[in-house]
Write a protein that binds this ligand. Sequence first.
Ligand SMILES: Nc1nc2c(ncn2[C@@H]2O[C@H](COP(=O)(O)OP(=O)(O)OP(=O)(O)O)[C@@H](O)[C@H]2O)c(=O)[nH]1
Ligand SMILES: C[C@H](OP(=O)(O)O)C(=O)O
Length: 223
Amino acid sequence: MDKIYAIIPVSKFTDAKTRLSPFLSSEEREDLLKAMLKDVTGTLKRLVDKIIIISRDREVLDYAKKLKVDTLVENEDSNLNKALNQAMTYCRGKTRKVLIIPSDVPLIGKTNIKLIIKQASKLDFLIVPSKGGGTNALIIKPCGINMEFGEFSFQKHVENAEAKGFSPLVHDSFYMALDVNTTEDLGEIMIHGKGTDTKKYLESLNISVESIHGHERLKVTRD
Ligand SMILES: Nc1nc2c(ncn2[C@@H]2O[C@H](COP(=O)(O)OP(=O)(O)OP(=O)(O)O)[C@@H](O)[C@H]2O)c(=O)[nH]1
Ligand SMILES: C[C@H](OP(=O)(O)O)C(=O)O
């Protein structure tokens, strides 16, 4: 099968996952991101030919080396889309496909990754939607479409693919759609995250989850 490199963009450790404040402290959010990165890279290992973490944060790059994955130092004056373009430009000529995946999707699982790589082997575009209209995975040729991560990126990426004549394959998966941004997402990890470092970390904080039938599905608390 053709070569495929995974690209994981990571902004910074300090004050990461701001939407989880104040439920988690800044240090706890950093440790959560480290646990999620461990789960994501552990799942991808042996399923892709290379894993590249791109970041401007020296601590992130040092942690990536501890996870025994490759690193790219992100250009200054960058942002998420520029970082991905930088990483894909690096991959051009080295691999036929890239799998772009965020750091905050600890439940992706090997079964899903094997399936989307197989599905995408004969296609130029595969996308995994996230809740809230985002994108939780893309498999494309390096620089195959413009990066539109941000507001409602899923639809924008599909439109960019269609404009290039790619028939977009949408891989619909609850586990791959779950990027951890809100307290309720932490509840989903407590329910579905058996065996993950992310769930183990949340348990260490004495976080628990109850099913409620109010305006939210879950009540997430900590001692
Ligand atoms: N390399 C790089 N990665 C980024 C950048 N901005 C966001 N990311 C990463 O892109 C992925 C999705 O971003 P978000 O879900 O917004 O993550 P976040 O910015 O930590 O979350 P919030 O602070 O709650 O918005 C995560 O893996 C982030 O670490 C950036 O400027 N450069
Ligand atoms: C970066 C963004 O993530 P979200 O803010 O939707 O979690 C996206 O998926 O385009």
